[in-house]
Design a protein around this ligand. Structure first.
Ligand SMILES: Cc1cc2nc3c(=O)[nH]c(=O)nc-3n(C[C@H](O)[C@H](O)[C@H](O)COP(=O)(O)OP(=O)(O)OC[C@H]3O[C@@H](n4cnc5c(N)ncnc54)[C@H](O)[C@@H]3O)c2cc1C
Length: 303
């Protein structure tokens, strides 16, 4: 999910005004290129938990910088569903669901067809480099960019990078009583996937670096779902993953201090879908066109 207004204070997510036009163009172009629907625009109905939140939202309504993301002047409620919404809620524009699986599958098919994709564990001991190029087995290139999630911090080219694993769990449910084309933001986010299926998430845990879903994670999600939605549903699946979270919650991109040919794109945290298109583009511009990297995301801040 990509949501421009986040947190309890309903503030614009970091760099929203820059990221949103970029990612809208980027995903539309990808859809065209891959001939696959990837991005789905849904209004996000944010449930107001209490009177204080209502006041916070009304304050945002008075700020012109928020107008393109907010729709109504009065709280509304979602009719015809068993949603817990005593104070109503409000709509956020420009929220999206990205179909990550469709994107990955179609991209891999495209790269395989072009002969530029191999699925294997990367073996660092086979990487060599000099001042102008890198070589990995039979492949010679100007640069290599490591995009390896939370394991970047054990890569010897990037040992100083503070990235840790933040475990997240989510459920896939089936229900005929939820809206098919609205994301609900409540104690959990409920995101329509089509065919009466919904993604319900998520959890945040620091201590557990396994990718197995846990009973505690499921229980917590079901509990929060029950406080949000009281209609009927069936749990179809339970998923878990590890988010690559940086210390200052900003992406980390740039060249390794050990070699200008070796770079990383890391630390996308909870927002990989909205951050990575823009910052991947920025990194390529730095590698190939000697453009500057925004100091807030530059790997140089940690070395
Ligand atoms: C429950 C949950 C909910 C989320 N919800 C959202 C959301 O709503 N919106 C959003 O934008 N983001 C969301 N995220 C976060 C998002 O998934 C991350 O920001 C994103 O996955 C980061 O992408 P990445 O490619 O940097 O890292 P990863 O997704 O971790 O991918 C790194 C890849 O590198 C591979 N790899 C590592 N080492 C090697 C090696 N030596 N050789 C070969 N391959 C290697 C790994 O196997 C992995 O496939 C969520 C994450 C979770 C877990």
């Amino acid at each position: 999910m990509m949501n421009p207004i986040t947190g309890r204070k309903y503030v614009k997510t970091w760099q929203a005004d820059t990221l949103w036009p970029f990612l809208e163009d980027h995903y539309r172009l990808l859809e065209k290129d891959l001939s696959e629907p990837i991005i789905h625009a849904y209004p996000l109905f944010k449930v107001l938990p209490d009177i204080d939140s209502l006041n916070t939202w009304q304050m945002r309504l008075g700020d012109a910088a928020y107008h393109k993301y907010l729709q109504d002047n009065q709280p509304s409620s979602l009719e015809g569903i068993d949603l817990v919404q005593p104070h109503g809620g409000f709509y956020i524009n420009k929220a999206y669901r990205v179909d990550g699986l469709a994107l990955l599958d179609a991209s891999v098919r495209r790269w395989v067809a072009k002969g530029c994709y191999q699925k294997e564990v990367f073996d660092l001991s086979e990487l060599t480099y000099d001042g102008t190029s890198v070589r990995y087995r039979s492949i010679r290139a100007k640069h290599i960019v490591f995009c390896q999630g939370h394991t970047i911090s054990s890569n010897p080219f990037f040992l100083d990078i503070p990235v840790s694993a933040n475990k997240g769990e989510a459920l896939i449910i089936e229900s005929k009583s939820l809206p098919k084309d609205i994301i609900i933001g409540h104690q959990v986010n409920i995101v329509p996937l089509g065919n009466d299926r919904y993604w319900v998430g998520s959890t945040y845990a620091w201590e557990d670096e396994t990718i197995a879903p846990t009973a505690a994670g499921k229980e917590g999600l079901l509990d929060r779902l029950a406080k949000s939605f009281q209609g009927e549903y069936l749990v179809l699946d339970h998923l878990a993953g590890l988010r690559p979270a940086s210390k200052d919650r900003r992406p980390i991109i740039g060249r390794s201090p050990k070699s200008a040919q070796v770079a990383c794109l890391a630390g996308m945290g909870t927002k990989g879908y909205s951050l990575s298109p823009y910052f991947a583009d920025m990194l390529l511009d730095a590698l190939f066109n000697q453009k500057d990297i925004l100091p807030e995301v530059n790997l140089a801040r940690f070395v």
